[in-house]
Design a protein around this ligand. Sequence first.
Ligand SMILES: *[C@@H]1O[C@H](CO)[C@@H](O)[C@H](O)[C@H]1NC(C)=O
Ligand SMILES: *[C@@H]1O[C@H](CO)[C@@H](O)[C@H](O)[C@H]1NC(C)=O
Ligand SMILES: *[C@@H]1O[C@H](CO)[C@@H](O)[C@H](O)[C@H]1NC(C)=O
Ligand SMILES: *[C@@H]1O[C@H](CO)[C@@H](O)[C@H](O)[C@H]1NC(C)=O
Ligand SMILES: *[C@@H]1O[C@H](CO)[C@@H](O)[C@H](O)[C@H]1NC(C)=O
Length: 412
Amino acid sequence: MFSLTSSFLVSAIFLLFPAAIPACPTIPDLASYNNTALPDPFTFADGSKVVTLADWACRRAEISTLLQLDELGVLPDDPESMVATFSGTTLNITVTDGGKSISFAPTITFPKTGTAPFPALIAMGGISIPSPAGVAIINFNNEQMANQDSSPASRGVGLFFNLYGSDASAGAMIAWAWAVRRIMDALEQTPATRINTARVGVSGCSRNGKGALVAGAFEPRLVLTIPEESGSGGTDSWRISDFILASGISTQTASEIVQENVWLGTAFDQFANTSVDALPFDHHLLGAMVAPRGLFVIDNVGYYMASVVMRFRGSDSFLRIDWLGPFSSFGAMVSARAAWTAMQASDSFGISQAANHSHCAFPASQQTQLNAFINKFLFDEAGDTGVVETAGNYTFTVPDAQWAPWSVPTLV
Ligand SMILES: *[C@@H]1O[C@H](CO)[C@@H](O)[C@H](O)[C@H]1NC(C)=O
Ligand SMILES: *[C@@H]1O[C@H](CO)[C@@H](O)[C@H](O)[C@H]1NC(C)=O
Ligand SMILES: *[C@@H]1O[C@H](CO)[C@@H](O)[C@H](O)[C@H]1NC(C)=O
Ligand SMILES: *[C@@H]1O[C@H](CO)[C@@H](O)[C@H](O)[C@H]1NC(C)=O
Ligand SMILES: *[C@@H]1O[C@H](CO)[C@@H](O)[C@H](O)[C@H]1NC(C)=O
């Protein structure tokens, strides 16, 4: 694994020769940043180029910082202490920091087949894809960790905020990612769970698909990330979603999402209220943070949800309604794929957009593609995983003159 190995090497070498390692570029003042295209993954915010794998480790850290500052809110450092106990099927995790403690208790559904230690999927708010044979499901109650019932009443409500304060800048999704990191810590400390901690993935659908992508981006121990029908705030690009809305198709955008829920930190409001072109990133870079680990993006072309449109837009006066914005997801994720291509790992990335169907009802047509990712990343078996397929008939490739006007280096 490049990301783990190289960060380990960088820290080890840094301890020995602190002066020998060039520092990562400093993030400049980006107050007047303005870019109508998706920012170049391979150019640092200060304009210098990403040419080596070590540069990418720096660029990935820069992307992480910018996403936390401008959009998600800050991911706290590892807590002072954590105690995990396992009894029956319950993994009870108690985290202590700054004199406060919280406990949460994911339950594990063990597979009927297979042998321990089991690979596992952390189910963000429940599992929506069919449970794969031989894989344990770790049921994470994300709502208890950070509430997402409504806005603004849900902001700052949940166990995460009991620990870090209800005025924490964090939106719900980065709080969930923090908790997923604690689940990984707890599994590593608790061999009695019989989970193979080197073979753990994360999945969720819709709002929990947004959360699954953020968790996969911010927890490098996860080997597979499967966001399903996640839309804006997940696999969609803020910029492309605004473009889709401007072209007369009702879709979820930044300006809608900050009114609808508390998934994002409050720092995002200023961008949603003015222009997302001022963001020095977009969600292709959130996706790219997962590289070169496994990412399988599952989408639904043409999903219509009248109640949401009526509730948040007053009336249905648009030519078409396509709430998930599948073109936005395709453009953002094919752009994200450039990170895997640059690392010569493009078969660890997949996107499959099926024809319209009920929201979060996984279609049988995607089962073989899903199996390939499960087999490769959770069972270390060969699999045909590089799928890039859309029922939307989109022809987006990188470079794209409008959205991705940059070239893809080979990082060595
Ligand atoms: C951002 O750039 C676009 C395209 O060049 C321009 O139309 C727009 O006015 C700029 N916005 C700001 C806030 O400078
Ligand atoms: C988890 O542990 C805490 C602290 O010991 C305890 O208060 C809580 O009841 C336990 N929860 C479960 C579900 O066992
Ligand atoms: C964004 O707009 C909303 C709704 O008009 C408003 O309540 C909020 O204060 C604005 N926030 C910022 C940071 O501009
Ligand atoms: C998409 O499928 C759902 C569920 O079958 C249906 O309610 C909806 O009308 C469909 N949307 C379009 C645009 O065909
Ligand atoms: C994609 O192309 C096929 C074949 O021409 C057509 O049947 C289908 O309706 C198209 N899908 C969309 C979403 O435009």
